[in-house]
Design a protein around this ligand. Structure first.
Ligand SMILES: *[C@@H]1O[C@H](CO)[C@@H](O)[C@H](O)[C@H]1NC(C)=O
Length: 496
């Protein structure tokens, strides 16, 4: 460590945060943001390393709050597909940092066979420790069986010892889905602990019914995936889960929202003042049913590259609806739902941890669909606040924030190129965005003051990332201030 005021300074940047955007220099010391100023004097810069942004956007490092990595697919929804998870903590986070992301939250998944949540987290953490990670990371816990006596003390321990302050549950997949009764029980526990409930909302019964009928008719090719998971299935489960959340009076975040009907139900709940939050993902802004059908043929599984659940929308209208929601505040976060499953196994999910930021930058910010401030809120600050990482992450506040920074290319500097899978740093054998054009990409990715990615080259190593305990959500609070009618809401539920 040098004795000068800064270790690294970034000059000539257009610094965008969720709050504002302007020309600032950033001074970094000991891995933290130390100062923001119009300019630094040569004395202030001293012998610090100087990085010239050349007028490009400089944004807080991306936070990907929804990634599947190093998951065991012999259980859970991947079971029987024969698939394995192509990315471990090393390759997945390497891909992340090459795409401007400096923090990720991955899923420790309890299966029906695992009674102990703590054991699940310890086992999963061992996988992360074995390979190391290129970026900072944390876990959400997926709960697939509700053993009330075990879960209560374990959830307490997860919050206190691990800083895991979010749990995810499912309304579909036989291996994971919970009954409404169990969902309410969990929501009440989550409320007691100040933990955020994440919901995968698709009606398991509608999907099972349609799948059975499709199978009876021999309609089993990958393109029929969309037919088995119609938007109405997502709309129904979303509406139902909002009812349960209102009954229990607890915040819920809906993951990977794809259907306009689900977005509308969420918006309506928000308008009534309920703490309902939503996430959407790049696949729902850039893919449609047409992509599922494009390659359809009896022996051709090319279209399995576009499979995910819920599936992409029917047409461009659905995409426009989601863009509106990104602009108008319906969505708090934009995550990848990175599912690194090789396509020969007909994967359920798409890889996207590296393309997430560049897609929204090129197709959202550069096209004027969203402002730079909105870009930062959706890719970083929203997740930091929702999942209890703010302002250490998701901000550039002197003295408070880690120096996690993405520096983009100045306009016109990067030759526009068509993406191919060879550009990417994951271990997956395809990208659903093959052939899409990009005119910008992260030029530098900085993790706690260390340059990890520079003009197409990786500089750091797996092991530079740190596990992070998270605190209580700064956004998702139970709606204590709202006036409630005890004849409509069972307020006695919360008496100890
Ligand atoms: C905001 O976007 C959502 C879709 O996500 C939509 O349902 C709603 O009508 C929009 N609200 C306004 C006021 O435009």
């Amino acid at each position: 460590m040098s004795s000068s005021r800064f270790d690294l300074v970034i000059i000539n940047g257009v610094v965008a945060t969720a709050a504002d955007c302007g020309s600032y220099c950033i001074g970094i010391k000991d891995g933290k943001i130390a100062a923001l100023a119009q300019a630094f004097s040569p004395e202030e810069i001293g012998d610090a390393e100087v990085l010239d942004a050349e007028g490009a956007y400089v944004t807080p490092g991306g936070i990907d709050a929804h990634v599947h990595i190093a998951q065991d697919l012999t259980t859970g929804p991947g079971v029987a597909s024969g698939a394995t998870c192509a990315d471990d903590f090393d390759t997945g986070s390497r891909s992340a940092v090459a795409g401007g992301t400096t923090t990720m939250v991955a899923f420790a998944m309890q299966t029906k066979e695992d009674p102990s949540l703590l054991q699940v987290v310890e086992d999963y953490h061992k996988r992360a420790s074995d390979t190391g990670c290129w970026i900072d990371w944390s876990y959400h816990i997926i709960i697939s069986r509700v053993d009330k006596d075990t879960i209560r003390p374990e959830l307490d321990a997860l919050v206190k010892d691990w800083g895991i302050t979010s749990l995810k549950c499912f309304t579909t997949y036989d291996a994971l889905r919970l009954s409404d009764h169990d969902l309410m029980w969990l929501m009440l526990e989550a409320r007691r602990l100040g933990v955020t409930t994440m919901m995968h909302a698709e009606s398991g019964d509608i999907i099972a019914f349609l799948t059975e009928k499709l199978e009876e008719r021999g309609m089993t090719a990958p393109s029929f995936h969309g037919q088995s998971r119609l938007p109405i299935a997502e709309g129904e489960a979303t509406t139902r889960a909002i009812v349960l959340a209102e009954l229990v009076q607890t915040p819920v975040l809906f993951v990977h929202v794809s259907a306009a009907s689900a977005a509308d139900a969420i918006r309506a709940a928000q308008s009534r003042g309920l703490p309902i939050f939503a996430e959407t993902c790049p696949q729902y802004l850039h893919l449609t049913h047409a992509d599922l059908e494009r390659f359809h043929g009896p022996l051709c599984f090319e279209n399995s590259k576009m499979l995910c659940s819920p599936p992409p929308g029917l047409n461009d209208d659905d995409q426009e609806h989601l863009w509106t929601g990104l602009r108008n505040g319906t969505f708090t976060i934009y995550s990848s739902d990175h599912c690194p499953f090789s396509f020969k196994y007909v994967p359920n999910g798409c890889p996207g941890i590296e393309t997430r930021l560049p897609l929204l930058f090129n197709y959202g910010l550069m096209t004027g669909r969203i402002t730079p401030e909105k870009f930062v809120e959706l890719t970083s600050t929203g997740a930091a606040k929702l999942y209890g990482m703010y302002p250490k992450k998701g901000a550039l506040l002197p003295g408070l924030s880690d120096a996690d920074i993405t520096v983009w290319y100045p306009e016109g500097k990067l030759k526009p190129f068509k993406l191919t899978n060879e550009h990417l740093h994951h271990d997956v054998d395809y990208t659903p965005y093959e052939g899409m054009e990009f005119a910008n990409w992260p030029r530098y990715t900085i993790l706690r003051g260390k340059i990890m990615w520079k003009e197409g080259k990786l500089l750091g190593k797996a092991g530079d990332g740190l596990y992070m305990k998270r605190g209580e959500s700064q956004l998702a609070k139970s709606p204590v201030g709202m006036k409630k009618d005890p004849r409509r809401v069972p307020l006695w539920l919360h008496d100890e």
